[in-house]
Design a protein around this ligand. Sequence first.
Ligand SMILES: CC(C)(Nc1nc(-c2c[nH]c3ncc(Cl)cc23)ncc1F)C(=O)NCC(F)(F)F
Length: 296
Amino acid sequence: NQHDQTLFEERHLRFISNLGKGNFGIVELCRYDPLGDNTGEFVAVKKLQPNKQSTLEDFKKEVNTLSVFHCDYIVKYRGICYSTGRLSMSLVMEYLPCGSLIHYLENNRHNVNTRRMLLFASQICKGMECLQSLRYVHRDLAARNILVASESLVKIADFGLSKIIPFDKEYYRVTQPGESPIFWYAPEAINELKFSHKSDVWSFGVVLHEIFNYCDMNSNPKKLCMQEIGYNVQGPSVSMHLANILKNNWRLPAPPNCPTKVYSLMMECWAYDFAERPCFSSLGNHIETIMQDERE
Ligand SMILES: CC(C)(Nc1nc(-c2c[nH]c3ncc(Cl)cc23)ncc1F)C(=O)NCC(F)(F)F
């Protein structure tokens, strides 16, 4: 396996392509090629531009936190790259060639069965337990932010929106909503911008729904919610309408052929009162029980 680098030299990073725009920066696919003979490994490089809110110190703190804990179900931070002169810094992460779970499930619908879906779900639970052990709330848990490492391993990625819960509180309150993925948000996150491990559990329920829908874009959470709210509703009032239908106990419908036990697990994650939602460890155990029962 690759030795764990902590410092990458910018002159050896060869740009290949843009992977996408994360929550706080562009992520590029690069080859780290110190020998200059194209034998180097591929890495995902997240360029960080310190903006007014977060300074370089914040990013270093995040790197130190995330780089020290190694969890098989969280995309690995490999190290950092200081750019010569300019006051910017990049996070270097492992590159997973299979891409995001959305991309994978859309293109591999036929050879992903219920057991494999439940395996992915239990791995996401384990990854979330790791984050929770460091008091991290992800705040953007969605299938688009899950990476596929192999046909039997997925990892949580893109911590751009994640926050650390202060030690004297059980939740993190953000100041401005920004462009929030509200269709993955728990009611208290929509109404009060309150984020906790239990609001991540709500989002996990939505990820479970995406997985059992094979991430079919015609029935993704946003589409199904907008159908219920009414397409004529636009802009800021969408979150108010969404909060209302959730208050009136509307929930995402069961995906086609979704096992009853799995749908009732989603419904547990979508308990209106966050105190009634299961924690990730009990969710993980429950999923493993269903896996045993699930004979193919
Ligand atoms: C913002 C970014 C770059 N976007 C994309 N990453 C990758 C992508 C594909 N393989 C990757 N290996 C590592 C990383 Cl950090 C990203 C990728 N593929 C497509 C993307 F749009 C991302 O982080 N998305 C969340 C993720 F997909 F990773 F869950």
